[in-house]
Design a protein around this ligand. Sequence first.
Ligand SMILES: Cc1cc2nc3c(=O)[nH]c(=O)nc-3n(C[C@H](O)[C@H](O)[C@H](O)COP(=O)(O)OP(=O)(O)OC[C@H]3O[C@@H](n4cnc5c(N)ncnc54)[C@H](O)[C@@H]3O)c2cc1C
Length: 384
Amino acid sequence: MDFDLSAEQEMIKNTARDFADREIMPGAQERDRNAIFDRSIIDKLAKLGFLSPTLPEKYGGMGADFISEALIFEEIGRVDSSIRTTLSVQVSLTELPILNFGTEVQRQKYLPLLADGTWLGCFGLTEPGAGSDAANLETRAVKQGSQWSLTGRKMWISNGGLANLALIFAQTNPELKAKGLAAFLVETQTPGFSTQTIKGKLGLRSSNTAELILEDVRVPAENMLGEIGDGFKIAMWALDQGRFGVASGCVGIIQGCVNASVKYAKDRHAFGRPIAGFQLVQEMISDMVVDYEAARLLVHRAGHLKNKGVRNTRETSIAKLYASEAAVRAALNAIQVHGGYGYSDEYPVERYLRDAKVATLYEGTSQIQKLIIGRLTTGIDAFT
Ligand SMILES: Cc1cc2nc3c(=O)[nH]c(=O)nc-3n(C[C@H](O)[C@H](O)[C@H](O)COP(=O)(O)OP(=O)(O)OC[C@H]3O[C@@H](n4cnc5c(N)ncnc54)[C@H](O)[C@@H]3O)c2cc1C
């Protein structure tokens, strides 16, 4: 494994860093306070190619590798996890499944619209009654001539209230359980499709999260992604991409915690000296630095395997589990370094904590990552 970034990766990282500092960071506190989703930032990210880093150029993408994708998500996650979540869902949970499982017609129809930000996508797997146990979802797909009729509800869907295209997982035959699931590309202006934005979230306040309501939504048969029975496989494959994005964003959160803590600890004086000079403060900062380095290596290792096109479920789950839990630890330490000021949104560290916590929940909780890693290590499935 080469630890150096290529010239192209360095350039992408520097561009993402400059953009994050100049265009995203300044308004992050205000957007978080008022739960504002700023579409203009997404449009600017699209112009930089950051809405489609790993899509081939022929579909309007940047044609870059997975390390480059991680670098973009790290830099954006460093300043605003809400924006990073929007980006992750667009790239990892919508574009990449279409690229990997879609027909050429589906790819040409939808990928350019997603790549340039004309359309936003969302990923509808979770339901009110089925999160970790996704195979037990209840949204029904019933064949009606040349169409499928979809009826059900999806819960906690990022970008859900804004998306033009929803990747919806539904059951075609309840007796078959996971083997009856199918994935559908649903255009959200289709009659019967509606959304309800979820308010009052602990974090990710400027990211849109919604409940999706599907009432006899008619989807053309050619909008099935893959075949009947491929739904569970597609969902799990997509989550392998999404968890990589989440882990990358968490590396960014940890870096943000280090930056904020070092600056504050050097400026703040107590007992006649900067608090950065106290060993117990340095311990908190060095714990963050060690977590940053470890999380980043795990993410880049998973990215390296993705670049080679080999199976990386284990490495991606390890990276997601470690980076998300480490981001929560780092944010708690960063608040501690800031003392009482860390408890106020005058500084970004309390937002880092609120935003880091969701990464231990979505795209598979930490417990689910442990079960995946445990199953791949022992060969025994402890899910059921
Ligand atoms: C802000 C936000 C955005 C989200 N965005 C999306 C999205 O875009 N698309 C989407 O489809 N979903 C999304 N989700 C949903 C998210 O993926 C689920 O919340 C998550 O998978 C957990 O499911 P659940 O909430 O139903 O919890 P449950 O599955 O009910 O789990 C509750 C608790 O039980 C534990 N548990 C469950 N099963 C086991 C087991 N076998 N062994 C040990 N412990 C277990 C869990 O780890 C957890 O601690 C989002 C969630 C949030 C909060």
